[in-house]
Design a protein around this ligand. Sequence first.
Ligand SMILES: Nc1ncnc2c1ncn2[C@@H]1O[C@H](COP(=O)(O)OP(=O)(O)O)[C@@H](O)[C@H]1O
Ligand code: SF4
Ligand SMILES: [Mg+2]
Length: 329
Amino acid sequence: MTEPVLKIDDLHVRFPLGRSLMDRLQGRPGRVVSALNGVTLELFRGETLGVVGESGCGKSTLARALVRLNTPSSGTILHEGRDIFVRPEISYHRRVQMMFQDPHSSLNPRMTCGQILAEALTVHRMCNPDRVPARIAELLELVRLPQDAAGKLPHQFSGGQRQRIAIARALSVEPEILVADELVSALDVSVQAQVVNLLLDLQQRLGLTILFVAHDLRLVRHVSNRVAVIYLGRIVEIGDSESVFRMPVHPYSRALLSAAPSLNPDERGKADRLQGELPSPLNIPSGCPFHLRCPLATERCKLERPALRPVAGRGEVACHLSEEIANAQ
Ligand SMILES: Nc1ncnc2c1ncn2[C@@H]1O[C@H](COP(=O)(O)OP(=O)(O)O)[C@@H](O)[C@H]1O
Ligand code: SF4
Ligand SMILES: [Mg+2]
């Protein structure tokens, strides 16, 4: 692997909810959603890093922070050594592009596909005005849409085609990093594969780096070189995708990934099922945040928060028992 393009260090994102009437009557401070609680992560050039975790674990908050839609309460994100919130490179907002799950809300319904692409090319001054039509034609070809697509409105396309337009728009500004948050989650399975394979093909041809957030674990396994498992706003395990999916170490990863349908019968049913509900990010449990649901929890786990640390022959894991678990596998 090459040098990191992004370095995320101890990132915290909080959402203050304000004070309810009850809070005010009882003299309590307003409540705060702790969506990210110290994420440290490097994104390497040319890789696809998958991010998985239950709904509400902070995946979208992390994705949005990378494009500065969420501001951290503490911690840093460095791009080429510069803090993206304090003194970003002037072209940062062009070089890191986000694609959303719902193209209905991200594509202006009153603009044709051609106008949407022309706008992106013009705002970012990507080419001379007289070159715009030719560049639109190239982009449509790149995402395998017919040339007459330029004259149509978003509602005249299928869901999969709309995501191709979103990809074309992101690529129009020649980014280096794509942040895909549930990019294909709303699509039929057969269409998902086409869009994801297109993305992988473009990644290879254009040398893109991708953060791929999805709750569909099979999809993440298919596309990712590395995978980060996130629980209550913290990374609990990160490593090579094949290794993490085949032999997850952290009890949360084991439960989460065992719930995923596997194509390999040897891998089915090896780990414990995920028990209980996700605790509220308004009130993160003490010690190891997973201890209330962990079948292996000990007294120590209730008190002491495990740090994310390397485990021999595996990736990095945040569990007091990582070595014991890894050795027993
Ligand atoms: N703007 C916001 N205001 C208040 N809470 C938020 C906001 N955005 C996200 N959250 C909360 O932060 C937590 C993490 O959310 P999110 O990052 O969307 O999780 P995921 O994408 O993994 O489902 C959730 O509890 C969610 O309700
Ligand atoms: S630190 Fe303890 S509670 Fe947390 S995952 Fe490991 S064994 Fe379970
Ligand atoms: Mg989300």
